[in-house]
Ligand binder design. Sequence first.
Ligand code: PAF
Length: 284
Amino acid sequence: MDIVRTIAELRLALAGTGRASFVPTMGNLHEGHLTLVRLAAQLGAPVVSSIFVNRLQFAPSEDFDTYPRTFERDCALLEGAGCDLVFAPPEGELYPQPQTYTVQPAGALANILEGQFRPGFFTGVCTVVLKLLNCVGPCSAIFGKKDYQQLLVIREMVRQFALPVEIVAGETERAADGLALSSRNAYLSAAQRIEAPALAAELRRIAAAVQGGASDWSELEAGAMRALQDRGWRPDYVAIRRQSDLGAPSASGKPSRDEPLVVLGAGMLGTTRLIDNREIPPTA
Ligand code: PAF
């Protein structure tokens, strides 16, 4: 596996290899990332992964400075999962100082849910992903469903800018107790780690209730918020949405089970913010 630091080195390394399958990351890798890399390897093209902690997607109050940088370990894991080339640019290589051009995703998708609680987050994500896609020029790029809204925002960016890349979704990897794997799980204390699967459990409960025919969806959402609060969380949202665009499925006042839904949730457990989601297939 080769490691390159500059865009020029990257383009040289990619010359003549055929277009790659690309897995962008911020490093601090776990099994969830490696599943995406293995999925990329199955697509038959060379596998490129990036490691870049993207300042633009962190608010000043967030953990940019303390975000774990575990480069040597990440590279060993990437190699083991079948990655052929790692692009790990220093900040000054990827961003002119300052980066004054950014991608502003449509508010209807990007200012809700995560975007409501992390203003500017999706602008930062889209800007870096567009730039990385331009540098790597892959035929496909793989994003995890764990960051469901991010996946949709990027799909829509690719569609609106007619970028020549297929966005492939990877399933969420979970610990045995149901907790979705996330780099930020490492911030949890031992007691918080025991509590953390409660978010996934609430989402699972809602998905089962909707599938079982429950129709008071706002009460399901509010009930999950209350349950998490009672357990010591500060939940940001629990929301049942359309899979296609994360719009509210019951805008007409009448819940519709005809289309694929997803229930998404986010909240603070101590000082760690966790997000998760569960897809709810339509009724047959
Ligand atoms: O999901 C992530 O790790 C990041 O948001 C991404 C897509 C690598 C952009 O920095």
